[in-house]
Design a protein around this ligand. Sequence first.
Ligand SMILES: NC(=O)c1ccc[n+]([C@@H]2O[C@H](COP(=O)([O-])OP(=O)(O)OC[C@H]3O[C@@H](n4cnc5c(N)ncnc54)[C@H](OP(=O)(O)O)[C@@H]3O)[C@@H](O)[C@H]2O)c1
Length: 265
Amino acid sequence: MESKQTIEAVLQGKIALVTGGTKGIGKAIVKRLEQAGATVIVTARNQPNEPDATYSFIAADLSRAEEVNKVANAIHEQFGRIDILINNMGANTFPGGGFNTLTDEHWNQALQVNLLSSVRLDKALLPKMLEQKSGVIIHISSTSGQFPIWESTMAYSVAKSALNTYSKALATEVASKGVRVVTVSPGLNKTEAMTTFLEDYAQQAHITVEEMTSKLFERVGGVPIGRMAEPEETAELVYFLVSPAASYITGANLIIDGGNFPVVK
Ligand SMILES: NC(=O)c1ccc[n+]([C@@H]2O[C@H](COP(=O)([O-])OP(=O)(O)OC[C@H]3O[C@@H](n4cnc5c(N)ncnc54)[C@H](OP(=O)(O)O)[C@@H]3O)[C@@H](O)[C@H]2O)c1
């Protein structure tokens, strides 16, 4: 029987960058990749106080073009290359209420945070992957990219939808050059961002967070599994996709949503 050590060392020698790796899904991905032996670099705006952290940290606001270059330069100087790029960072911090509530600034910010941060980081790090003829890029999207809810996710959904299209185009462009590009679309995950989202909307609607959670489940059409995902469950899919076991998967958009989508896609 294969030993646990052999199974866990699948990513030994690989260098991975996880954007937004300090919380939620990103944090779970960092743990999973480290467990598999990868050297992990994390970016976020704020460095958490974690004295035992084993990852390297680069502080950056990736919604700003110049900060993306800062991250890419630091990586090239310190590590020379990236084998696995997880574009996880993203956010729906825009007001609900539909078209009339969203300003130009909200739209611009939604695209910077959820689309252009990935486009720019890929552009900066991909040439080295192409040079070494290997690499994997994951774009963490959302089921919102295929299922907009006008009351609460309009700008976010549009940005994630654009990310899905960009990811597919990039995957096709680089598939024959040794680099795989895959999109992962999570459904509802129990993260800090989700907690804040539920608390804010519950407060606005003068209901409890539990009532708001039920409303959200109803609004998305129900979650057959009956609960949100733990971020670790989403991270497990990401781990599989960056591992050699997924060597024939590129250009796909993997939905991980507890059965939420009611149609065959
Ligand atoms: N949670 C869900 O239910 C759900 C569902 C579908 C898709 N997703 C997607 O999954 C991804 C992760 O979501 P999450 O819920 O895990 O988020 P989260 O808990 O809010 O964590 C977001 C991470 O990104 C960082 N970040 C945020 N804005 C940033 C910026 N401008 N520049 C650099 N780093 C930034 C945060 O750190 P700092 O604040 O310190 O920068 C943090 O590390 C996102 O792309 C999200 O759209 C989430």
